[in-house]
Design a protein around this ligand. Structure first.
Ligand SMILES: [Zn+2]
Length: 155
């Protein structure tokens, strides 16, 4: 895609998702939750999810922050509905690489979140974009610890 077109997609996506974020709310009895703060910008994001076996059945977020942090949380929660813990962790890794400027062929599996690659050009914004993803990663790592070592199945 041409750089100009990418830039436009990036901007309109951030605008759309920050003005009316998806999956915003709170869950009763979440199976996991995590709140993270980004002091360099003042973003505060809390994520909560329900798991069914090892699959994310429902995930929501709550918080306040800049347009990028909110748009990213909206895109992240949209992408993660129905994913397994393993898949979610792989997507988080991929996203983290992408916004640091390391785009790979696999980046397409990130759906619309792929357009957040635009933040790679603004190093101070990378933490804004990554905040909700890191929150989910930390919450899932806790969950895995609680489960003992079940990483033998899978790849
Ligand atoms: Zn921010």
């Amino acid at each position: 895609m041409r750089p100009k077109r990418l830039e436009m997609l990036y901007r309109s996506l951030i605008k759309e998702h920050s003005q009316s974020p998806k999956n915003r709310g709170k869950l009763t009895d979440p199976d996991g939750e995590m709140e993270l703060f980004n002091p360099s910008c003042g973003d505060l994001i809390q994520i909560q999810y329900h798991l069914k076996e090892d699959r994310i059945e429902e995930i929501v977020f709550e918080g306040q922050g800049c347009a990028i942090s909110l748009a990213s949380a909206s895109l992240m929660t949209d992408l993660m509905q129905g994913k397994t813990v393993r898949e979610a962790l792989d997507l988080i890794d991929l996203f983290s690489e992408l916004i640091q400027g390391n785009k790979s062929a696999e980046s397409e599996v990130l759906g619309d979140a792929v357009f957040l690659e635009g933040v790679a050009k603004f190093p101070t914004r990378i933490r804004c974009a990554n905040l909700s993803w890191s929150a989910l990663e930390q919450a899932l790592e806790e969950f895995k610890k609680g489960q003992g070592d079940e990483s033998k199945d899978g790849k």
